[in-house]
Design a protein around this ligand. Structure first.
Ligand code: SF4
Length: 164
């Protein structure tokens, strides 16, 4: 299995499909491979009642695995979390809370992948080193009382560490 993943990563790296295709043109495997695994879209968002502004938090979804930054029920996650947003090319352009560092947003905006993306640097640890990953920096929603959510509003910089 691991070998197959490595072969696949080598294959997509060589083909650089993200340079050749739009998000709409990608097949399912390519679409899934594009996610950098930062976990930022798995954080709870709060809406300001007065302004309607969407605020980010350091609270992660109950299905988020804090060690791997993957969803524990990815395939049928909406069965467990009904308001989980399934990203599509159209939604990437509409949702303003998608971070500027998100690989889907970068491709949609014609900015290409960042050097620290696993498909380019060849491994998944760099995303932690450059501060894009949320791993180790969040708490689970099941541990937070409803009236404490507001205490967890967090600023996640949209900086793009393009400089090595
Ligand atoms: S924010 Fe984008 S790149 Fe990061 S985990 Fe979510 S979908 Fe993947």
């Amino acid at each position: 299995m691991v070998k197959n993943i490595m072969v696949w990563q080598k294959k997509v790296w060589q083909e650089k499909f993200w340079q050749e295709k739009t998000l709409d043109e990608m097949n399912e495997e390519e679409w899934e491979a594009l996610c950098d695994g930062c976990g930022r879209c798995c954080l709870v968002k709060l809406e300001d009642e007065d302004s309607g502004e969407i605020l980010k938090s350091d609270i992660h979804c109950k299905l988020f695995d804090c060690e791997t930054a993957k969803c524990l029920k990815y395939e049928d996650r909406q069965k467990y979390v009904s308001d989980c947003v399934r990203l599509t090319p159209a939604k990437i352009k509409q949702l303003n809370w998608i971070p500027a560092s998100c690989a889907y947003r970068r491709i949609a905006e014609g900015r290409g992948l960042a050097w620290w993306h696993p498909l380019l640097c060849g491994e998944g640890e760099t995303i932690k080193k450059v501060g894009i990953s949320v791993v180790g920096r969040t708490v689970c929603e099941s541990e937070i009382k409803p009236d404490e959510f507001v205490d967890h509003i967090a600023y996640w910089p949209d900086f793009e560490p393009d400089e090595r």
